[in-house]
Design a protein around this ligand. Structure first.
Ligand code: FAD
Length: 116
């Protein structure tokens, strides 16, 4: 029996949102224009503003103030987002992710070829 699809709970919303955010960071330009850099700062602020989990967004807004998006290039943005996600992981008692692996996880696939 197949079940109808349901609205996202907080965990599903989080997992899907991190997927979008990390994938966007993974494909952010190597040499972004000044406008692209400003837009990315705006995007993070607006994403947070409309994120439909109030305590998550209030918390993340504070984190963005303390640690604003580092938008200089693809690698710097990906590492910044990894660190931000790790802050949330720590808060929730989840294991920290090794940020050296962020490109394999979100762009290139694992070195062992398991994503090919
Ligand atoms: P997730 O944390 O959703 O991670 C999904 C996948 O991302 C992991 O399986 C792993 O492969 C990869 N990953 C994990 N860590 C990293 C990292 N540091 N860098 C790159 N990739 C990584 N939930 C709350 O209960 N309270 C909150 O305050 C809260 N704030 C949130 C704020 C934001 C901006 C977002 C997007 C989500 C927030 N969530 C919050 C949801 C929470 O972070 C998780 O998404 C949710 O609990 C589901 O967790 P998960 O174990 O499936 O893995």
């Amino acid at each position: 029996k197949t079940f109808p699809e349901c609205p996202l709970d907080r965990q599903q919303l989080g997992r899907n949102s991190w997927s979008v955010l990390h994938t966007i960071a993974a494909y952010y330009p190597e040499t972004p224009t000044v406008d692209q850099q400003k837009d990315m700062v705006q995007f993070m602020a607006l994403f947070t503003k409309f994120y439909p989990c109030t305590d998550c967004s209030e918390d993340f807004k504070e984190r963005l103030i303390a640690n604003p998006p580092a938008t200089q290039n693809n690698s710097i943005l990906s590492q910044w987002l990894c660190a931000m996600h790790n802050e949330v992981n720590v808060k929730l008692g989840k294991p920290e992710f090794d940020c050296n692996l962020v490109n394999q996880r979100w762009r290139n696939g694992w070195k062992d070829g398991s994503c090919d």
